[in-house]
Design a binder for this molecule. Sequence first.
Ligand code: GLP
Length: 244
Amino acid sequence: MQLHICENYDALSAQAAAEVIELVKRKPDAVLCLASGDTPKLTYSVMAKIATDQNVDFKRCTFIGLDEWMGISPDNEGSCHYFLHHYVFKPLNISNDHIHLFDGLSANPEEECRKMDKIISDTGGIDLMVVGIGMNGHIGFNEPAESFGQYSRVVDLGESTKLVGQKYFQQQTSLTTGITLGLNHLLESKKAILVANGSKKADIIRKAVKEKITPHVPASILRNHSNSHVILDRAAASMLNQER
Ligand code: GLP
């Protein structure tokens, strides 16, 4: 795992965007999995601007969804669907046949999971994942647990995820379960980038990066990935030198 500490959120976002652009220039039909969430918003805006300015075409890329809230409609502004269309697919002009997202309204979420696993293996695997980190160390909706394993699955959300997740919604919303790629997908991706900014993420970043690799801090698994990068601003990196 490589650690990159940037001066601020703008620099972090520029660096993460540059990594995605570099890949798509080199491999125009790359398979990308881009997380939703507040952290990568600027990364995607910068990425879309560079794509326009430098004529980098994302239309041949395949996009795989990382996660979705179960029971939430794609039209809901808090859904991962809505986020990705707004920040990524519309700005980059991606057609629907290149987009594979979990259906949070599916009556058969288990089947939805197997479908996603098959799509990923049919593409030959994910080239790049850009992920955030939850306040409890989750990646996607892989909550702290007793074991790491797993491919796509349905997960009961942790208390902090239900609480923190309210920030994405206009009104109080019942969040109970999520559907997510598994940590095996992360480990099997050719490259993984975790972005985190702000002092509120400093403690969980310290745990993920410095303390033992444990499924109780799912993001710590990135240290078992041969091509993983953690890109932080100074505030998120501020507790890395503290002894516990
Ligand atoms: C959410 C999502 C994750 C996201 C993470 C961090 O619950 N399920 O995919 O990366 O939490 O979100 P944020 O960037 O808003 O802090």
